[in-house]
Design a protein around this ligand. Structure first.
Ligand SMILES: Nc1ncnc2c1ncn2[C@@H]1O[C@H](COP(=O)(O)OP(=O)(O)OP(=O)(O)O)[C@@H](O)[C@H]1O
Ligand SMILES: [Mg+2]
Length: 162
């Protein structure tokens, strides 16, 4: 799919809200992009939209933060930038979390220990803003992207705020 232009941080948050509202309950999302591309901004807004209140801590050093969700189930926020080797993921005891929503920053660093992605979100610098490209990684992810396209939700993000 062609990139969606995210002019400012608010647009990144708006994309997160649309993704949160359309996501299947169980989904693995890989958030790709360089340092400062907006991965944590997207993850934090997504968690907020799902009803997470209080502090959303950065998992930079802990690798993982888990959040029970008001609707039931849980969300996992991972940041694997500082992971030593993929084996460290095993120590996080994630086998019981396969039904959760996974938001994973720097997934390539822990790839071998991660469940496969349903959706890839690729964020990149684009002038003062960012570009976001969404790609399905599974049948469920493709269906999710079709739902998003049907409602043409994404293109409205690129328009000026009303
Ligand atoms: N669409 C956007 N346009 C301009 N700035 C943005 C946009 N989205 C997020 N930002 C800003 O980019 C900065 C970095 O964002 P963020 O911390 O989310 O990046 P990150 O990808 O998680 O970085 P890291 O890899 O270091 O964890 C923040 O100051 C945020 O406000
Ligand atoms: Mg981050």
């Amino acid at each position: 799919m062609r990139p969606v232009f995210l002019a400012d941080e608010g647009a990144t948050r708006a994309l997160a809200v649309r993704l949160a509202r359309t996501a299947p309950e169980r989904a693995v999302v890989y958030l790709h992009g360089d340092l400062g591309a907006g991965k944590s901004t997207l993850a934090r807004a997504w968690l907020r939209e799902l009803g997470v209140t209080g502090t959303v801590r950065s998992p930079t050093y802990t690798l993982l933060e888990r959040y029970p969700l008001p609707r039931g189930g849980e969300a996992l926020h991972l940041d694997l930038y500082r992971i030593g080797d993929a084996g460290e993921l095993e120590f996080l005891a994630l086998d019981d979390a396969l039904d959760a929503l996974w938001l994973v920053e720097w997934p390539d660093r822990g790839a071998a220990g991660l469940p496969p992605a349903d959706l890839h979100v690729r964020l990149a610098m684009d002038g003062d803003g960012r570009g976001a490209t969404l790609d399905g990684g599974s049948g469920a992810g493709e269906a999710w992207l079709r739902r998003l396209r049907e409602v043409d939700e994404l293109h409205r993000i690129s328009e000026p705020n009303p």
